[in-house]
Design a protein around this ligand. Structure first.
Ligand code: ADP
Length: 463
């Protein structure tokens, strides 16, 4: 029996940030579009177990840390987090956003979301395993936006660890606040989570394999951030985790440091050693190239098949939601252009925020990267110790660094550690992306007394 194939203009594998912006744009342009996702809902891992739920938890920590800073003004007694109620708040936000997305979907007649996992049959055919059996689609264009998943390394006892999935998914596995938590991995997810739980009063031990927390990020930014984090976090560097053991309801994590066997105990252990791309079945078999970080694409986001695009976390370039959204639109524009490269993704100018308490954020070229590439930069600096808003909020740690090209004084990049970092990086990013110079930033009268005025002050510091 030959299986029936339905023809569609565009099929997306996944319905997250890499998929739905393109899906809506293309459907509104009159193309027939099918999104597929085993979750059966839009917005991918960002809303399911990533950005949104983790920040719902984070902001409670931010309020708690702020309240502690104000305690010496007599504003409060001891405020404690009611963990189950905070989780209920997180769950409610997720439910509300899912409902909102369902409404958006219902307004778009050319667009359907099919609940199921997709796999490639050939470069124009995708099979979707749904609850009612397999459906096959002949697709003129395909956008692979299957995202990334938590990577669990093959360490004995790894199954005794929680992952970010268990903390942040709707109705999460972790329901009670642990007294002690061992975090395996000093990347941004591990450090953020350590920081939130430390704010709630959990004693956290964070084990990092190498010599640097947030390895790969600007060392001077990291060195500015770490002393500002909650003292409930103990960081152990060069710790090679060898085995995780369940001990009653707790976890014993065995690691080796400088050849010496050590162990640390927690009520829970969190595995946070990274994420890896979720490559749909059949991808390699039909001849799409897969590299170390994900599906290989050029800046037009086309694979070696011009009608097959790979956008977002699955190409491993900049695995962040907002980067996926922009890439999604690039793919949509190139599909509208007949699979010719009309639009390009800029992987170099994407804001990245580490949402610790306080946070850190960066964009573009930093001084350390510039030095490594032999590029000279002029650094503008501003410390929050002199900032009126930071003083008002008793949050004076950290500051802003801006890196300018000598001569043109064009802004090449920058970082922020401390107050409002995740907000301020947007303004710096817009300046970098639009080729603004130190003159432009210095001349702009930014809102007083808000932290953004520090950007102009950092620019003025070089004159
Ligand atoms: P991005 O931000 O890059 O779009 P996300 O991880 O947020 O990435 O979303 C990717 C979505 O793709 C997830 O919701 C995941 O369930 C879905 N997905 C993963 N593999 C497949 C597959 N084979 N078929 C359909 N959807 C998939």
């Amino acid at each position: 029996m030959t299986m029936q194939r339905e023809t569609v203009d565009v099929l997306t594998i996944g319905a997250g940030g890499g998929a739905y912006p393109a899906a809506f744009r293309l459907a509104k342009a009159g193309l027939s579009v099918v999104m597929t996702d085993p979750k059966g809902v839009m917005s991918g891992n960002c809303l399911y177990e990533g950005c949104v739920p983790s920040k719902a938890i984070r902001e409670t920590g931010e309020i708690l840390e702020g309240q502690r800073r104000f305690a010496n003004l007599g504003l409060s007694g001891q405020v404690q987090v009611d963990y189950p109620r905070m989780v209920a708040h997180k769950d409610a936000i997720q439910a509300r956003r899912y409902a909102q997305h369902a409404e958006e979907l219902a307004t778009c007649p050319n667009l359907r979301l099919i609940s199921g996992s997709a796999r490639f049959i050939d470069p124009h055919t995708v099979a979707v395993a749904t609850g009612e059996g397999e459906r096959r689609f002949h697709c003129r264009h395909i956008i692979v936006a299957s995202g990334a998943e938590v990577f669990v390394p093959p360490i004995p006892g790894a199954e005794h660890c929680l992952t970010s999935h268990d903390l942040y998914k709707p109705d999460p596995t972790l329901k009670l606040l642990p007294e002690r938590m061992v975090v395996i991995g000093g990347g941004y997810i591990g450090l953020e989570t350590a920081s939130f739980f430390a704010a709630f009063g959990t004693r956290v031990v964070l084990l990092q394999k190498g010599p640097q927390i947030l390895s790969g990020m600007d060392p001077s930014m990291v060195a500015t951030l770490l002393p500002l984090l909650n003292a409930n976090i103990e960081m152990i560097l060069n710790a090679d985790v060898e085995r995780i053991e369940a001990m009653g309801s707790g976890r014993l994590v065995h690691y080796r440091q400088g050849g010496v066997a050590q162990q640390v105990e927690g009520d829970v252990a969190l595995m946070a050693v990274g994420r890896h791309p979720a490559i749909p079945a059949g991808t390699a078999e039909i001849g799409i190239e897969i590299g170390k970080h994900g599906i290989i694409v050029g800046p037009s986001l086309q694979t070696r098949f011009p009608h097959i695009y790979a956008v977002g976390d699955v190409n491993g370039q900049v695995p962040l939601f907002h980067a996926a959204v922009r890439q999604s639109l690039v793919a949509a524009h190139n599909i509208l252009g007949g699979d010719r490269a009309l639009d390009y993704a800029d992987f170099h100018h994407v804001p990245t925020t580490i949402f610790t308490l306080p946070g850190a954020a960066y964009i573009g070229l930093t001084a350390t990267q510039a030095a490594a590439q032999g590029i000279e930069v002029i650094t503008g600096a501003y410390d929050f110790s002199e900032d009126s808003r930071a003083q008002i909020l008793e949050a004076m740690g950290g500051g802003i660094r801006l890196f300018f090209a000598p001569g043109s004084l064009r802004l090449l990049g920058g970082w922020i550690v401390g107050i409002d970092a995740g907000q301020l990086i947007g303004e710096i990013g817009l300046a970098v992306g639009n080729g603004l110079t130190a003159y432009d930033l210095a001349a702009f009268a930014d809102q007083h007394p808000m932290s953004a005025e520090g950007i102009g002050k950092a620019a003025r510091s070089i004159f």
